[in-house]
Design a protein around this ligand. Sequence first.
Ligand SMILES: [Zn+2]
Length: 153
Amino acid sequence: MWLVVWIGLAVLIGYYYKQKGLNSVLGFLLSLFASPLIAFIIGVLLSPESRAFEKLKKCPQCAEFVKAGAKICRFCNYEFKEEEKKPEKVMSEEEWLEQEMRKKKQKKLNLFFFGISILGTIIAFLLIFAFINRQVESTKRTDMMRGRIEERR
Ligand SMILES: [Zn+2]
C-alpha cells in the first residue's frame, strides 16, 4: 500500500520537475530512492533558469534576457511593443556558451544534492535501525528480568 503511495508521489514530483523545466527523471528517481519530500525540497531549491534560449528575447533598454512572451521587462520595467514580442533577437554565441556553462554547473549541483539526499536517507535508515534494535534489546532485557522474577517465585 505504502509502496503505491510512494511511487505515486514520485511520479507527481517528476511532473513537478518537468513543469519547472528541470529533469523529470531526476525528480522521479530522487523521490523514489531518497524520498518525495527531499526531492520536492530540492526541486524548490533548484532554479528553473535552464530554459531553451529560443524562448528568450533581449531587452533593448537593459540588455537582460526576458521571456519571449513578456510585455514588460522584469529587470527594468521596459514595455515591449507588439512586434518585439517575437524572439527575433537570439543570444550571441558567447552568451549561449555562458548559459551552457551555467547548465553544466546546475548539473553538478544536481549531483551534489543527489549525493546529499542519498547520504541523508542512509543516515535516516541507520537511525531507524538503531532505534528498532534498541527497542528489541530493551524488550529482551525486560523479558529476562521478568524471567528472573518468575524464577524467584
Ligand atoms: Zn529591461
